[in-house]
Design a protein. Structure first.
Length: 624
């Protein structure tokens, strides 16, 4: 048999609507960033790029099962922008719990609280009036003295709130176990293209935060343990010597150390007597979260994430004993941190610790995860891996999750699939990805599902938001990987991350960075994957076989430049699979002709997309 040779002839159909070197749609607010040279068409931060930052010193007092939390904070906020600020916008996310708050879904009575109540507020030592009665999730406060470029302001806030009985992303997990997130008033992001972030939190979309430094003191009664974003500064002051030593040992141990077990909890000899103040510190990080419990086990180990520097990262888990999957959670976290650090994205985990807490949110925070318990160990590991993947997107990269959910959820979904191939094998990982991430989008012919991915996440409904941000976006990233090849894909991804970690990239920074680093004009690909109302739907229009070749005409009904396989079955029972990358669609939108040289007679031809599922698979097969 002669070796089959594939030659792709691009049909002329659709050429009139597409041309090389096309420009991407750029909204007016982003155009201003290019005009001001804070961003550039190379994808690099512009010469005038800036971002604001703050230092937070937070004190919290808790006394579970009393759900009242009392807090105070000192904020030093620095205006690095070229503009004079006449007011500051504060994020008060917990006000989503208030009766009458705008929400995208129904909640129970157990969700309701009075939100964050501000007890006092000062600017540079001067007390200012703050009326919490009509506060939403944003609060704009005017400044007596405008904040000039390069200047800082000192803010002091005392507040209290009630932990919600209904635990989700945050709230009371058990009677004496709380997960605290979004619990402190913080200055919103003021950026170079949008100004103040004043988007209301409706309970579904996520967040956009500056990179700040934090010092956190959490005061709790004896026997209560505290886990937090950041490094614990005083383990010997809050833990009995035996447990402080276990914690210290875990920092160099590959094996799981059971720091606190049910027997330890029953003895109530874990912490020092009286009120204990747990002190934590985290630098250049976008947020903090805290868990408190006197009824949770505590496991820990560590993993080398950077073999060059031999740098270890602590992996910890806090959980109730009945959650069987969490007994293995440190091992799941250990595996995830090792894989993400050494494979994709291939950047060593950037923080000192990762703590997985048994809660109800399946939600990520810097250095913290709040996950449900699952009977299926593969599902438990899958969820943990997805949430840990968020370390890179959005926390390492500082993306605007509220407006561009596909820049964090899409990448976490991509990484979840790639590590899933390692965990489950390719066949099972592909099947799971199709069932969980793709099918609910591609099988739904509702017009809303064709909304372009670039559409701001904050204006999308639940199902469309999830599909655009998760599976649909991930398919585009994975199609890019398939098209560029592993080596060039990783080089481009890591180059983009190097440019923008610790900053606030937007989609155009990503698109242009990949173009620049790969040396390819991929605007045609970005436009049709992320800016156009396309979907995946191919059709075999015709198959013509002559003596030594066959011509297969494939129509792109849905317009998406997805990859696919052409599976040839010959009359002698043999088969041949020919992979087509997305680049086959570069100069045509509608139809391609694929010529295969072969002396064998064809029996059938079919198209197979794998994770790139086809909307109408019934027209993907031709039989003689």
């Amino acid at each position: 048999m002669r070796k089959s040779i594939i030659a792709v002839c691009l049909a002329s159909l659709g050429m009139g609507s597409f041309s090389f070197g096309q420009e991407l749609y750029v909204p007016r607010d982003v155009k201003k960033a290019y005009e001001n040279e804070t961003r550039s068409k190379t994808g690099k931060p512009g010469k005038n790029y800036w971002q604001n930052s703050a230092k937070y010193k937070i004190n919290l007092q808790l006394d579970p099962p009393n759900r009242k939390v009392t807090g105070s904070e000192e904020i030093t906020y620095t205006n690095n922008s070229p503009e004079t600020l006449h007011s500051l916008n504060f994020k008060l996310i917990l006000n989503n719990h208030k009766p009458g708050a705008a929400r995208l879904g129904m909640v129970s009575e157990d969700y309701m609280t009075n939100g964050i109540q501000i007890d006092s507020y000062t600017q540079n030592g001067t007390k200012k009036e703050w009326n919490s009665e009509n506060d939403g999730t944003n609060k704009m406060m005017s400044l007596d003295t405008p904040l000039q470029p390069g200047e800082s302001i000192n803010l002091s806030i005392n507040w209290h709130f009630e932990v919600s009985k209904q635990s989700g992303r945050e709230g009371a997990i058990l009677e004496n176990t709380f997960f605290l997130a979004y619990f402190y008033p913080r200055v919103a992001v003021y950026d170079d293209y949008m100004g103040w972030d004043t988007m209301t939190f409706f309970g579904m979309q996520e967040f956009y935060n500056d990179f700040n430094d934090y010092e956190i003191n959490v005061s709790v009664p004896e026997d209560f343990l505290v886990w937090s974003t950041g490094d614990l500064l005083n383990p010997e002051e809050v833990l009995q010597k035996k447990y402080a030593k276990k914690l210290e040992k875990s920092m160099q141990s590959d094996e799981v150390i059971r720091i606190v077990t049910p027997d330890d909890l029953a003895k109530k000899e874990i912490t020092k007597e009286g009120i204990n103040t747990w002190k934590w510190k985290a630098s250049n990080i976008t947020d903090v979260a805290i868990a408190v419990s006197n009824e949770y086990n505590w496991d820990a180990a560590s993993v080398v994430v950077d073999s060059t520097a031999n740098r270890r990262v602590s992996v910890q888990a806090a959980y109730d004993n009945v959650s069987k999957d969490f007994h293995e959670m440190v091992n799941y976290g250990h595996h995830a941190l090792n894989w993400f650090s050494n494979h994709y994205p291939g950047i060593p985990y950037p923080y000192s610790k990762s703590t997985l807490v048994r809660g109800h949110g399946d939600m990520e925070y810097p250095m913290m995860v709040n996950d449900n318990s699952h009977e299926d160990p593969n599902l438990a590991r899958f969820v943990a891996e997805h949430e840990i993947a968020h370390t890179y997107f959005p926390f390492y990269m500082g993306t605007n999750e509220t407006r561009f959910g596909f820049m964090d959820e899409g990448w976490a979904t991509t990484l979840e699939h790639l590590i899933g191939i390692e965990d489950l094998g390719k066949e099972k990982a592909v099947e799971d990805f199709k069932n969980f991430r793709v099918e609910r989008w591609i099988r739904d012919d509702n017009m809303e599902q064709e909304v372009p991915i670039i559409t701001p996440s904050n204006i999308l409904s639940g199902p469309v938001y999830r599909n655009n941000s998760y599976g649909k976006a991930a398919l585009g990233y994975l199609a890019l990987k398939d098209m560029l090849g592993d080596k060039d894909f990783k080089k481009a991804l890591q180059g983009y991350m190097e440019r923008w970690h610790g900053k606030h990239p937007i989609p155009w920074d990503f698109f242009y960075s990949i173009n620049d680093i790969s040396g390819k004009d991929l605007n045609w690909f970005w436009d049709r994957w992320y800016f156009q109302p396309n979907y995946i739907d191919f059709k075999i229009e015709s198959v013509k076989q002559e003596d030594s070749s066959a011509e297969i005409m494939v129509e792109n009904i849905g317009g998406m430049p997805a990859p696919f396989d052409v599976l040839l079955t010959f009359t002698d029972g043999t088969t041949k699979n020919i992979h087509q990358k997305s680049s086959i669609w570069e100069t045509t939108k509608d139809q391609v002709s694929i010529t295969v040289e072969t002396e064998k007679a064809l029996k059938s031809v079919s198209l197979e997309g794998g994770i790139w599922m086809d909307a109408t698979p019934e027209n993907n097969t031709w039989s003689k």
